[in-house]
Design a protein around this ligand. Sequence first.
Ligand SMILES: *Cc1c(COP(=O)(O)O)cnc(C)c1O
Length: 466
Amino acid sequence: MEGADKNVRSRLMRLPAVDEILKSGEGRGWLSLYPRRYVLKAVRDGLEALRRQIIKGGEPPCDPASVSAGIESLIKEYVAPSLRGAINATGVVLHTNLGRAPLPGAALENVIRIAKGYSNLEYDIAKGQRGKRHAHLRRLITDITGAGDATVVNNNAAAVMLALSTLARGRQVIVSRGELVEIGGSFRIPDVMAQSGAVLMEVGTTNKTHLRDYERAIGPDTALILKVHQSNYRITGFTSEVSVEELVALGARYRLPVMYDLGSGCLFDLRARGIGAEPVVSEVVQTGVDLVTFSGDKLLGGPQAGIAAGKTEVIGKMNENPLARALRIDKMTLAALEAVFFAYADPEKAAGEIPVLRMLLEKPETICERAGRLASATRTGADVSVEVVADSSEAGGGSLPGVKLATFAVSIRSGRLTPNRIEEGLRLGSPPIIARIKEDMLLLDARTIADEEVPAVAARLSELLA
Ligand SMILES: *Cc1c(COP(=O)(O)O)cnc(C)c1O
């Protein structure tokens, strides 16, 4: 017993001191490359881990090279950015957890151009006086949507909140029970309504709401009729919902404003390419609805933002609401969004330039060809099968619910590794590759893998499956 204690003590004594490590050639090298606080933390944590192992009776390698290697890997862990790029091999184009829409090049260039210096963010250059930040996007958005005016806030949840607070604070908002949706990331219409100070007046039933249900609910306290896009789900079977046209007519009879939370808000007519049944925003505006709200980073394919487009008077009141100040967008978002809206001035150009549209519209042959390149660049051991298989992918992000897009994926089966192990190996690599599992196959959907990412995915697969 005593001998063992002595052994432990002598091992502990032989560990270098913190100062000694910092003064060594390696220590000085780290200090010249990394912030002192992280080098110091890594040295202390590295030594502490060795001490704990020795006390437990372990014999960790304590030669200088092994000690340094351990510390260096800790430093790298401590200085690595938390926000990292990832490869989306799920096929879900608008993956909220993976950052929704990748931005087009023109948007990135505009962000750099504006963010690296000063700008006329809130400055009217012609008049030489204070200007308004929402003025920059007004013309583009009104041109493209046909609305009288428009304003932009942080996200669509904020746009809905601002609209309800402006139009219905302390008063009633009529909504169909079939539209009281929850969107991933805890956006729930009833909760947003409560936060905005508006009072929810539910009408109809989950599967059926009629115009007379809305009409019966109208009273002296009614401030707004709200329609909400069902976004991420579909009610099928014995159903009926009231169209926006009918609600606009009802609103006109009772002099009540009508708002439509479109969720995704589509500016490119995907129906013309055989995808979904989503009307474009300008069609919705044409119904005479007072206000529509939609996201910047769903089908639009831009940065996180919430766009409110509608009658001049309504938008004017929203801009004057003190809440607008708290929900305002920053110059980087504004720069990105201006470039994205500009792309929509020519829809064909938008389809080619905006990654979200390009991925949604990509021909199955092109996806198949990319999957083929990935499969043939992957080198594996004998007990592994790598095949290109037909499958389907989805838009995601609460957009185009129920729409299946024909796609091709690389399917991996290994005699040695379970699909879960391969999934984990891909996820924990650098960059992380996010794949999906279907039945007992690991699938990498080539729809959302960029051409330039194919070699990195093939290399990582080959490493895991060798
Ligand atoms: C997605 C969605 C929202 C929330 O939009 P964010 O931009 O994510 O804040 C609100 N309403 C509907 C109907 C949606 O689909």
